[in-house]
Design a binder for this molecule. Structure first.
Ligand SMILES: *[C@@H]1O[C@H](CO)[C@@H](O)[C@H](O)[C@H]1NC(C)=O
Ligand SMILES: *[C@@H]1O[C@H](CO)[C@@H](O)[C@H](O)[C@H]1NC(C)=O
Ligand SMILES: *[C@@H]1O[C@H](CO)[C@@H](O)[C@H](O)[C@H]1NC(C)=O
Ligand SMILES: *[C@@H]1O[C@H](CO)[C@@H](O)[C@H](O)[C@H]1NC(C)=O
Ligand SMILES: *[C@@H]1O[C@H](CO)[C@@H](O)[C@H](O)[C@H]1NC(C)=O
Ligand SMILES: *[C@@H]1O[C@H](CO)[C@@H](O)[C@H](O)[C@H]1NC(C)=O
Ligand SMILES: *[C@@H]1O[C@H](CO)[C@@H](O)[C@H](O)[C@H]1NC(C)=O
Ligand SMILES: *[C@@H]1O[C@H](CO)[C@@H](O)[C@H](O)[C@H]1NC(C)=O
Ligand SMILES: [Cu+2]
Length: 574
């Protein structure tokens, strides 16, 4: 069943949620053959199956995942998107940041406490790997959910763009000098619940809590239900005051929880439409050259003897403006309108590296992974760990414990981009429309009760103002969640409360993974433990040969590698 692709997540029964203090998963990561949209391809699954299973826990639970890499030819790792990893920064998962890539044949245990409830997801955060399938839902139940009792059943609804090629060759084709317009891979299809043809049981009078998650690598998803409104209660695992909406837009990695009541009408089967938005800016008709190429119709089925032949017609997509959603707790903006401790201004534009390869830059600097992951540098360089220069070209920004941090993203590109922060949810103080230009370098009148998210869409040629309080020591990425742009370097690193990371110790399996990979676990970005400000060995130009997550055993002769690529043997073990 799992490999056929026509797969529906069953309705979840609330009664079946076990209230255990520890939730344990034993997972292998494997190549699996599947055809989610009818086209077969190799996919990365878990325990020899795909779609990947869901993680389910209750607030306060410890989640333990023992992950074994059985891929043979690729490294791996997992990130738990939206889980803030309070006191466990080493469990966040991005390769080269908080851990080394997990090599084939090795195991690594993720062990952390889930502190807030809501709808999350997990995914590989290792070299463009999650679009190959390594992603799944992560649900955290909240015993004090303010909306408990206002719905009868829960439904997970995942949406994603889908590619018939593997990530590695697609990113290789993207990172070439002739791609001087920075074109990303364009999806071949759309998946809902990792397959096609979704039909959900829909019973008169019942209320359903949808947990909608975007697993996308590039595209956003517009959603509309025929004859039924969405009563929105959460965005990105942050409660909202209940609001009625008829269209929503989920950017890559975002989540919406909403309640739909099966209205008492004519015992019909109701279509819903999910449309893939790969336009550069859906609000700008001039940039709609790729308007809605992939539509998906699913059905809420009241009477299974009736045919599902209706379609949901949407004349124009006008999704709700999520920058004006209202947080449930009425939390006002941290610090007050223009009162904050640390300002980080990130001007995003596409750029070229010194070899003429297309890249994405913050402040004219592209992120380049360094020999030593940032958290290891922070943990092993003593007093020097407050010096951003020792971390190498990872766009490091130091913030102190307790700082109220304001991040400004100026998007100089015409397209919209969804930005995600690890380690925190942030308030969205302002997110003006496309064409507004840069932040005017002074604080305006911000939304005094701003919504909280972990991923925000920044409009084309415009900006966004985000704020959070730095009470979570760690090395946290801030990046565009378009996976193809991550591979272009559209990432910054917040080094948070480094004074509290000194002498941080890593679990033995983390260190063992690094050892197998031949990666140093102490010193500055190049592993220099004598002179932290000595930048020799730092990587300052991105490699011209992109190998993605391909496993290259430590010490493999470089020439042999190049020759094997030349002969098209990149999938072999040399
Ligand atoms: C993790 O799983 C691997 C493979 O099944 C096993 O060898 C290892 O002992 C497990 N580790 C832990 C900590 O359970
Ligand atoms: C997928 O691979 C085929 C064959 O190499 C190529 O023609 C096509 O352009 C690729 N698609 C993408 C999105 O890269
Ligand atoms: C998808 O649906 C939208 C809205 O109904 C429509 O504008 C668009 O043309 C559709 N796309 C395709 C490929 O049918
Ligand atoms: C938030 O404010 C609204 C409107 O004033 C009010 O109805 C609601 O009770 C408040 N919620 C909380 C949790 O204080
Ligand atoms: C950006 O950096 C490149 C070199 O990496 C330099 O040539 C260019 O002038 C810089 N642009 C700006 C706007 O600073
Ligand atoms: C941290 O380790 C260094 C040596 O690596 C030692 O001098 C220092 O006392 C340690 N600090 C703490 C707070 O343990
Ligand atoms: C550390 O390296 C920097 C840069 O190479 C050099 O200027 C400095 O003198 C070195 N410090 C020591 C103590 O060797
Ligand atoms: C690894 O193996 C899978 C499954 O056989 C294959 O599809 C893939 O292209 C191989 N190579 C790399 C570098 O992933
Ligand atoms: Cu993420």
């Amino acid at each position: 069943m799992l490999s056929t692709g026509v797969f529906s997540f069953a309705f979840l029964s609330l009664a079946s949620v076990a209230r255990t203090a520890t939730v344990t998963y034993d997972w292998t990561v494997d190549w699996v053959w599947a055809a989610p949209d009818g086209v077969g391809r190799p996919l990365i699954g878990i325990n020899n199956a795909w779609p990947c299973p869901k993680i389910e826990a209750t607030i306060g639970d410890t989640v333990i995942i023992n992950l074994t890499n059985n891929l043979g030819n690729q490294t791996t790792g997992l990130h738990f998107h939206g889980i803030n990893q309070v006191l466990t920064p080493e469990m966040d998962g991005p390769s080269g940041v908080t851990q080394c890539p997990l090599p084939p044949g090795s195991s690594l245990t993720y062990n952390f406490v889930v502190d807030i409830g809501g709808t999350f997801w997990y995914h590989s955060h290792n070299m463009g790997q999650y679009p190959d399938g390594l992603r799944g839902p992560f649900i955290v139940h909240d015993p004090n959910d303010p909306y408990a009792g206002t719905y009868d059943e829960e439904v997970i609804l995942t949406v994603s763009d889908w590619y018939h090629n593997e990530s590695l060759p697609m990113v290789r084709n993207m990172l070439i000098p002739s791609n001087n317009r920075f074109a990303p891979p364009i999806p071949d299809n759309i998946l809902v619940n990792e397959g096609a043809g979704l039909q959900l049981n829909f019973v008169k009078g019942k209320k359903y809590r949808f947990r909608m998650i975007s697993f996308a690598a590039l595209a956003s998803a517009m959603i509309h239900f025929n004859s039924h409104d969405m009563h929105l209660i959460m965005n990105d695992a942050a409660y909202l005051r209940k609001e009625k909406h008829y269209m929503l837009r989920l950017a890559a990695a975002q989540r919406y929880d909403f309640i739909i009541e099966c209205i008492d009408r004519d015992n019909d089967n109701y279509p819903f439409l999910v449309s893939l938005d790969i336009n550069r800016d859906w609000t700008n008709p001039d940039l709609g050259e790729l308007r809605w190429p992939h539509n998906y119709t699913g059905y809420l089925v009241m009477d299974s003897s009736k045919p599902n032949n209706k379609v949901d017609v949407v004349k124009e997509w006008k999704p709700a403006d999520d920058s004006h959603f209202k947080p449930y707790d009425n939390q006002t903006l941290y610090g007050g309108n223009s009162n904050y401790d640390k300002l980080i201004v990130l001007d995003f534009a596409f750029c070229f590296d010194s070899n003429g390869y297309p890249r994405a830059c913050f402040n004219n600097i592209t992120y380049i992974g360094q020999p030593v992951p940032a958290l290891f540098t922070a943990a092993t360089t003593g007093e020097s760990n407050t010096n951003p220069a020792i971390y190498g070209q990872i766009n490091p920004f130091i913030v102190e414990y307790g700082d109220i941090v304001q991040i400004v993203v100026n998007n100089r590109d015409e397209a919209t981009h969804p930005f995600h922060l690890h380690g925190h949810h942030f308030q969205v103080l302002d997110r003006p429309k496309s064409g507004t230009g840069d932040w005017p370098k002074r604080d305006g009148n911000y939304n005094s009760v701003p919504p909280m998210r972990d991923t925000v869409t920044v409009m084309g040629k415009s900006f966004a103002i985000l704020r959070y309080q730095a009470t979570n020591p760690g090395t946290w990425l801030f990046h565009c969640h378009i996976e193809w742009h991550v591979e272009m370097g559209l990432t910054a690193t917040i080094i948070e409360a480094p004074d509290r990371l000194r002498n941080f110790t890593f679990p033995a399996d983390h260190l063992a993974a690094c050892q197998v990979m031949g990666i140093k676990t102490s010193g500055n970005a190049a592993g220099n433990t004598d002179n932290y400000t000595d930048t020799s060995g730092f990587i300052t130009t991105p490699s011209t040969s992109y190998n993605g997550a391909m496993y290259i055993p430590a010490g493999t002769d470089k020439k042999l590698k190049q020759r094997s690529r030349f002969f098209g043997l990149e999938n072999s073990f040399f």
